[in-house]
Design a protein around this ligand. Structure first.
Ligand code: ATP
Ligand code: MG
Length: 139
């Protein structure tokens, strides 16, 4: 059975550009319920932990600098088929390849500063949600 929760984070470029409200509106209009949400900031070290799977990639150092460069808005979201449907709503990693009307097509600046994160599996949604929120913060 498809999982019902995913994890997302509005990234520093989109928060800095004042697109938080527009992005949350799109998320809610697409049928996702917000289970947990906050505005916070990652140190470079914690950004490195979050993106640990990309440690060996050439863009890892830039990515962790960028992700710690400003405020972020992590959220846990709920919907049937949440992980897959949310990846469709945000579009491809590179905004040049993102489908029209997706969050990244509308708001991303570049392949790195691409406005928003979306978990790629039920297992990672669980791990990433727990990275930011305790069980008592999830309603
Ligand atoms: P995310 O995990 O943030 O939802 P994604 O799953 O679409 O994005 P990943 O392959 O997991 O893409 O890459 C994680 C993040 O690393 C991307 O969102 C982007 O910010 C950055 N990134 C990925 N590929 C590149 C690249 N070639 N150059 C620079 N940054 C990149
Ligand atoms: Mg990813």
């Amino acid at each position: 059975m498809a999982g019902k929760r995913t994890f997302t984070m509005i990234k520093p470029d989109a928060v800095g550009a004042g697109n938080t409200g527009a992005i949350i509106k799109m998320i809610e209009e697409a049928g996702f319920r917000i289970i947990a949400m906050k505005k916070t900031h990652l140190s470079k070290e914690r950004a490195g932990q979050f993106y640990e799977v990309h440690k060996e990639r050439p863009f890892y150092n830039d990515l962790t600098s960028y992700m710690s460069s400003g405020a972020i808005i992590p959220m846990i979201l709920e919907k049937d088929n949440a992980v897959e449907d949310f990846r469709k709503l945000i579009g491809a990693t590179n905004p040049k390849e993102a489908a029209e009307g997706t969050i990244r097509a509308l708001f991303a600046e570049s392949i790195e500063a691409n406005a928003i994160h979306g978990s790629d599996s039920d297992e990672n949604a669980q791990i990433e949600g727990s990275f930011f929120f305790s069980a008592t913060e999830q309603f």
